[in-house]
Design a protein around this ligand. Structure first.
Ligand code: SF4
Length: 331
């Protein structure tokens, strides 16, 4: 009999929900909820990069912030090395936060313009009471070197750096506490294309060297294809499809993923795949469509079924999960 080895996730997101109350009327009572993230589950395995993609407003950034408790989730669990991050408090949460870091799209806004970057990078060491001033200084120089900057950069101010260098500083800040897991929230979207490749390669090199695990949040599919091992596609607060990168890009099974992929520039002129244009706008998460949330825009929706019954994620091929009643038609 073939032996199967079950991998243990580093991060496991279980039935995560984030609802925002909407208040109205004279008394400002709650009149509705925006369901930004609605029952999202996935796992991230040690040493891998999970890409999380979808149109803006699909909930991908909310998921990443809820995992790190930068936003409090409405319900669900985030298990990190066996501990529920969402239930942790005090010293336990502080310890978990050392292991879980984030790199933002715009590092400039998260750097204090009045502080030399060396001090900004060292800040987290101070907060966690780590090292003497000399040890902290040496650690800053070490991470600066790791991200391809020089020791003298520690004394410079944020405005003295280019966009690519600032993102390297953002990565240095995330690395300073020697984390295991980093959320990369659109880390190259604000950079020129030539610089994007350098930063992506740096992230891959750091992953190999330090054994890091990434959640890579982005809307640019070409970038996600470059860096991810597996990819999860979100639509209107839910996961539509999740699969190993090559499977997802060569044979997407969800009609929404197929439409997204059809918009990626073709690698070869002989590739004749037609672009699928979706009709209509993304519906509001305030009042998501019944049944399958994608049904008003889906080119193969079957009324009477798709608009009534919400499809659950099903594993149709090894590690390839799809939330569509009719995805078998594309296998
Ligand atoms: Fe389209 Fe129906 Fe599949 Fe939803 S469940 S993606 S509406 S075919």
């Amino acid at each position: 009999m073939k032996k199967t080895t079950k991998r243990t996730p580093l991060v496991e997101v279980r039935e995560l929900k984030k609802y925002y109350p909407v208040h109205g009327g004279l008394l400002k009572r709650q009149v509705a909820e925006v369901k930004a993230v609605d029952d999202v589950s996935f796992a991230i395995f040690p040493g891998e990069t999970l890409g999380l993609v979808g149109e803006s407003g699909c909930g991908k950034t909310t998921v990443s912030k809820a995992i790190l408790r930068l936003e409090e989730a409405s319900a669900g669990e985030v298990i990190f090395e066996g501990e529920d991050v969402l239930a942790a408090g005090g010293a336990d949460l502080k310890r978990l936060r050392r292991d879980m870091q984030i790199v933002f799209q715009d590092p400039f806004s998260s750097l204090d313009p009045r502080l030399p970057v060396g001090e900004s990078i060292a800040e987290a060491l101070l907060v966690h009471g780590i090292g003497t001033p000399q040890e902290r200084f040496e650690r800053v120089l070490e991470v600066l070197r790791k991200v391809g900057l020089e020791s003298y950069h520690a004394a410079r101010y944020p405005h003295q750096f280019s966009g690519g260098q600032r993102q390297r500083i953002g990565i240095a800040r995330a690395l300073i506490l020697d984390p295991k897991f980093i959320v990369l929230d659109e880390p190259v979207s604000a950079l020129d294309v030539s610089i994007q490749a350098q930063v992506l390669n740096l992230l891959s090199d750091l992953q190999a060297e330090l054994g890091l695990t990434y959640l890579f949040v982005a809307h640019n599919l070409a970038v996600v294809e470059h860096i991810s091992h597996r990819v999860a596609v979100m639509y209107l607060g839910r996961i539509a499809e999740i699969a190993p990168r090559d499977n997802l890009f060569s044979k997407p099974l969800h009609p929404y993923t197929q439409a997204l992929m059809s918009a990626v520039p073709k690698k070869h002129p002989a590739d004749k795949k037609e672009r699928i244009i979706l009709s209509g706008d993304v519906p509001s998460p305030l009042n998501p469509p019944s049944g399958c949330r994608f049904h008003p825009r889906c080119p193969i929706a079957r009324m009477g079924h798709c608009d009534v019954e919400e499809p659950q994620l099903r594993e149709l091929e090894p590690e390839h999960w799809v939330a569509c009643h009719y995805a078998e038609e594309f296998i």
